[in-house]
Design a protein around this ligand. Structure first.
Ligand SMILES: [Zn+2]
Length: 245
């Protein structure tokens, strides 16, 4: 019986990558990890993206190993169809996100604090709430709308919409619309460049719901506006429904 169970365990490891991830321990993230308080270069689940595939350089080029493997397979398939995918943003920890957030906070011309936060939140995350904290999410090619409206951008987006799911990626920040439209109603504006490796990200979403509350979000300028904005419900969970694993 024991031998049979061990055999079953090995078979499951081989066929179910999520089970394998759970066995490796990365599927039970700590609260600190979910909040991005991670030093990627010291975390053995993270690796660097080679310069051939990204414009990023150390320390901004880290990503989880499994995300990288899936990205490289997808990149290869895209190339065969004449589409080039280059990572322009990978993992950002809490402290990097705080730097970005506070720069925008200080430079903003919006006077009222809650509106200032809201205006930054159109495209940027508050520290502790970014999917880029997890090593599961990548931005491709350009964060500029002009690029995605160009012929190349449109072809790239079309390819991603038709193929990314085959490699475990999906677009969390799809077009927004009114309630009842079937579109997202809260969260960041549409980001055609941002793609998430959902076999891992889905797991972190589940743990985020269980382990993180608004009380865990703080340590940056404007932290007092977290409750009024319902940052967790509206932004962390203001994503398109991911495909199930
Ligand atoms: Zn992004």
């Amino acid at each position: 019986m024991k031998r049979f169970l061990f055999f079953l365990y090995i078979v499951l490891l081989a066929v179910d990558p999520v089970t394998a991830q759970q066995v490796e321990g990365a599927a039970a993230p700590t609260r600190e990890f979910l909040l991005g308080k991670t030093h990627f270069e010291k975390d053995t689940n993270f690796v660097e993206i080679a310069p051939a595939y990204t414009v990023l350089r150390r320390p901004n080029n880290f990503i989880q190993k499994r995300t990288l493997e899936a990205f490289l397979k997808m990149r290869e398939a895209a190339l065969q169809d004449g589409v080039k995918l280059t990572a322009t943003s990978a993992s950002r920890n809490f402290w990097v996100q705080r730097y970005i957030w506070e720069q925008k906070w200080q430079k903003s011309s919006v006077a009222k604090g809650v509106d200032r936060a809201r205006s930054i939140l159109r495209y940027n995350s508050m520290c502790g709430t970014s999917r880029h904290h997890w090593g599961t999410d990548l931005d491709f090619n350009s964060p500029k709308l002009e690029y995605w409206n160009s012929e190349e951008g449109r072809r790239t987006y079309e390819w991603l919409c038709g193929n990314a799911h085959k490699f475990g990626f999906y677009q969390p920040y799809t077009e927004k619309g009114e309630p009842g439209s079937g579109k997202r109603t809260t969260g960041y504006n549409e980001e055609k460049w941002h793609w998430s490796y959902y076999p891992l990200a889905n797991i972190y979403m589940k743990y985020y719901r269980e382990l993180i509350t608004e009380k865990d979000l703080g340590g940056f300028l404007g932290q007092e506006f977290v409750p009024g904005l319902e940052v967790i419900d509206n932004y962390v969970f203001g994503v398109a429904t991911p495909p199930s694993i």
